[in-house]
Design a protein. Sequence first.
Length: 178
Amino acid sequence: MTIAQTYLQVVQKRFQNVKELGDKALAQLEEEQLHWAYNEESNNIAVIVKHVSGNMISRWTNFLTTDGEKATRNRDDEFMDSLHTKESIIEVWEKGWQVFLDTLASLSESDLEGHVTIRGEQLAVIDAIERQMAHYAQHVGQIIYIAKQVKGSEWQTLSIAKGKSQAFTEAMLVKHQS
């Protein structure tokens, strides 16, 4: 396997993991919790979902051939809390991820050698992918942080539970030795 093939497999897996963390956080929340914000300057989860999806659709539609900031995107609108049901929030979330993951899966080794344009700036394809990894992971982290705040003691951890690190490590060592 070439380094390019390995890279494409790794980033697809990493992005899928980021999405799954967001999915699991969203699943724990009630509709009204998706609209909670710390203060007026803070974004709620519904807004973050709308922004991430808008970014994905703009950046990854015709990724290799058109500027990633599409004229059809209304970025400012993404920061308006206009998704009123949990179903609509999940629908927008899934639509963005579908566009993004489908495009990512369609990339070839030779595509990694090319360049794309975002707001007129030329970027190496790998740089554009890595930029989005940082961006999407940051926003999913925000979703998780907000979800933990609103759920409090009802939050179901998405990683290793407090006080369980040693047991987790031991279980992983046993798993990988067999």
